[in-house]
Ligand binder design. Structure first.
Ligand code: SR1
Ligand code: MG
Length: 400
């Protein structure tokens, strides 16, 4: 870390001037605007330009210096962005400048877009999102996999994205902590008795989490975003930009879509705890179902198209193999979605979709509904057999 120093607002301006991105004569303003859990984010702007500087401090922002974290995560994020730019460039922010020593990069300001999670808690709909995100997922996962890549280069990719600190966060926060009374959990007090008397006693849930955790630990299938929840996506009616790839690594293909679907399902359940008319809730829930269905349908079409046109590994190009592969993909995807629903109820980091429910008692009721739905999906995941409608029916039977 010899030439590394953490920026504050003043240093951010001086740094930006040194890069030449804004001229020395300018008198810009800098604001720290990061509201994520991990990094510092500065918006620096003058009358002509507005850019974002993202920098890693050597610890987890939301916890502090007691939780050290490698600053190499910014090198990984910038490397991931460069690859995403090549294969899904319309759907990621533009990087203007990067500096691995300072653990920072400078990128375009996307403030004309909304954070998807904040839009979704107001029932916003995004007509282009399913098309955009299915392209992002199908291209990123296919072109960084052994289906397409030269096997020597693929192993170099695995090496380039060894991301132990950030993977450890996921290993703990998604697959481990939520299944016992871990000190790091953030439990809504009225939910505690349900967790102690019911949820933490279900040994079969721990077994299912163990099976998926082992896949996360060992399945180096393709380059993942690694933290693809609705707070990692900026959107409006016409544009989609996926950001915050610091969790990127080469891992199980189904993980990214699972995270996204789990977050959409949390939003789906959350309406039971909010004061909206039945008609509005039904309409928005239908939109969420359409979103899940259309992402999956388009993803399969686009992934299959890539497969037919661009596969290079001759042993795995038969239709039978594709079918076998996608069936496993689907059950793992629903498994990861279920675990993400669980971790956001009482793990360290929650979702505003549920946390904005003011009454702790009402929130507890909704958290239990999410936990019960997640359990049902987790336990049935191998029976859905690549059928997103079967998943939707299962959700409807539990919550409608
Ligand atoms: C300590 S980091 C907590 C969570 O924030 C990130 O967005 C990831 O989802 C991580 O698990
Ligand atoms: Mg993030």
């Amino acid at each position: 870390m010899s030439n590394y120093y953490p920026l504050d607002e003043k240093e951010a301006i001086l740094y930006l001037k040194k890069t030449g991105i804004i001229p020395d004569s300018s008198t810009p303003i800098a604001e720290e605007i990061g509201d994520g859990n991990i990094n510092m984010v500065f918006n620096v702007f003058d009358e002509n330009k507005s850019v974002i500087i993202k920098q890693a401090y050597p610890y987890v922002r939301c916890v502090g210096e007691s939780w050290p974290l490698s600053i190499d995560r910014i090198r990984i994020e910038a490397d991931a962005l460069e690859i995403q730019t090549k294969i899904a460039g319309d759907f990621v922010p533009k990087i203007y400048y990067r500096d691995n020593t300072m653990a920072l990069f400078i990128m375009e300001n996307l403030s004309h877009l909304s954070l998807m999670r904040l839009g979704m808690i107001k029932m916003a709909k995004y007509p282009q999102f399913t098309d955009h995100i299915s392209t992002f997922l199908a291209n990123l996962s296919f072109f960084t996999s052994d289906f397409h890549m030269n096997p020597i280069r693929k192993k170099e990719l695995v090496k380039q994205f060894i991301n132990p600190d950030l993977c450890k966060i996921t290993e703990d926060l998604i697959f481990t902590d939520p299944f016992y009374d871990c000190e790091r959990n953030n439990v809504n007090p009225p939910l505690r008795s349900y967790l102690e008397k019911v949820f933490w006693k279900k040994e079969y849930l721990k077994l299912e989490s163990a099976k998926l955790k082992y896949k996360f630990l060992t399945n180096a299938q393709c380059l993942l975003h690694g933290d693809l929840h609705t707070g990692s996506i900026f959107v409006n009616e016409n544009e989609t930009k996926v950001f915050d790839s610091e969790f990127a690594f080469v891992g199980p293909h189904a993980f990214d879509m699972g995270l996204l679907f789990g977050n959409i399902l949390i939003n789906y359940v959350s309406w039971d705890g909010k004061d909206y008319s039945e008609d509005l809730v039904k309409d928005y829930r239908d939109y969420l179902f359409y979103t899940l269905e259309d992402i999956y349908k388009q993803f399969i079409e686009k992934f299959t198209k890539n497969w037919k046109a661009e596969s290079n590994e001759i042993m795995i190009t038969s239709e039978e193999y594709l079918h076998y592969y996608l069936e496993h993909f689907f059950s793992d995807m629903i498994g990861f979605a279920s675990l993400v629903m669980i971790r956001r109820m009482h793990g360290l980091a929650h979702n505003i979709d549920i946390d904005e429910i003011v009454s702790p008692e009402v929130r507890k009721d909704i958290q239990i509904k999410v936990l019960e739905l997640a359990e049902e999906l987790l336990m049935k995941r191998n029976k859905f057999r690549n059928d997103i409608n079967a998943v939707i029916q299962c959700v409807k039977q539990n919550i409608y």
